[in-house]
Ligand binder design. Structure first.
Ligand code: 13P
Length: 267
């Protein structure tokens, strides 16, 4: 199974209807079927506008979170099926093809500010897959954990939550917390070491063939000028981009930095 590079924009709590429209109008015509897979994850409120513009293009839209139940009394939460259901609103004839395709689960900002645990992140990911969504599942260590030499142990623990997920609808994202929004990027060597460990771990949890086909993205201060070096590493199959993804030209430059060829399991 070959690994097509995946470049995802995580807008976090930024953007307006007007900005997502302008951004996607500038992006959709440039992204083709042959290059990296491209996903844009704006805040919930911008998803309908984003889906409307991305429909029929090669740009997929993702959400940044979803609840772990299919419905219920959870004030302020959004169920995964509701995200997929935007499809029905926007393009009924293209139900299977379009709509919100992806959801991020377990982002470190959710873990840090909103009490996300390994278990709740895993439950969200499972619910998302039940609703037909693909999942970007995030893991990553703090600076204290890295300095204590605990990075690989932390990644092993956090990634246990992917057990039972469908690997065909999953990507992992390694996002060292000390590199997020700080301008400090992991070196290519640090990223490769973590990604290789995550692929080994995925082999234990999902089976070797699935792990060989699993895309593992790097996130943490990815910019147009450091993307190519990170993406050249053997086990770095894409990027999850925060700040630098808000500018469409910057995001396009990062998409452009991804290797043209797909990586094969046979490597
Ligand atoms: P930055 O690219 O702003 O460091 O954010 C990374 C991130 O958290 C993506 O999910």
């Amino acid at each position: 199974m070959s690994r097509r590079p995946l470049i995802a924009a995580n807008w976090k709590m930024h953007g307006t209807v007007a900005s997502v429209q302008a951004y996607l109008e500038a992006l959709v015509d440039r992204v083709g079927a042959a290059g990296p897979e491209v996903v844009v994850c704006p805040p919930f409120t911008l998803l309908p506008a984003a889906v409307l513009i991305a429909t029929g293009s090669e740009v997929a839209i993702g959400a940044q979170n979803c609840h772990w139940e299919d419905s219920g009394a959870f004030t302020g939460e959004v169920a995964p099926a509701m995200l997929a259901a935007f499809t029905g609103e926007v393009a009924p004839a293209m139900l299977a093809e379009l709509g919100v395709r992806w959801v991020i689960a377990g982002h470190s900002e959710r873990r840090q500010y909103f009490g996300e645990s390994d278990a709740s992140a895993g439950a969200r990911a499972k619910a998302a897959q039940r609703a037909g969504l693909d999942v970007i599942f995030c893991v990553g260590e703090t600076l204290e954990q890295r300095e204590a030499g605990a990075t690989l142990a932390v990644l092993e623990r956090q990634s246990t939550a992917i057990e039972g997920l469908d690997p065909a609808h999953l990507a992992l994202a390694y996002e060292p917390i000390w590199a997020i929004g700080t301008g400090k990027t992991a070196t290519a060597t640090q990223a490769q070491e973590a990604h290789a460990a995550l692929r080994r771990r995925a082999g234990e949890l999902l089976g070797e063939p699935a792990a060989a086909g699993l895309r593992i993205l790097y996130g943490g201060s990815v910019k147009p000028d450091n993307a190519a070096v990170l993406l050249a590493e053997k086990d770095v199959d894409g990027a999850l981009v925060g700040g630098a993804s808000l500018d469409v030209e910057g995001f396009w430059a990062i998409i452009h930095a991804a290797p043209g060829e797909h990586r094969g399991a046979e490597e």
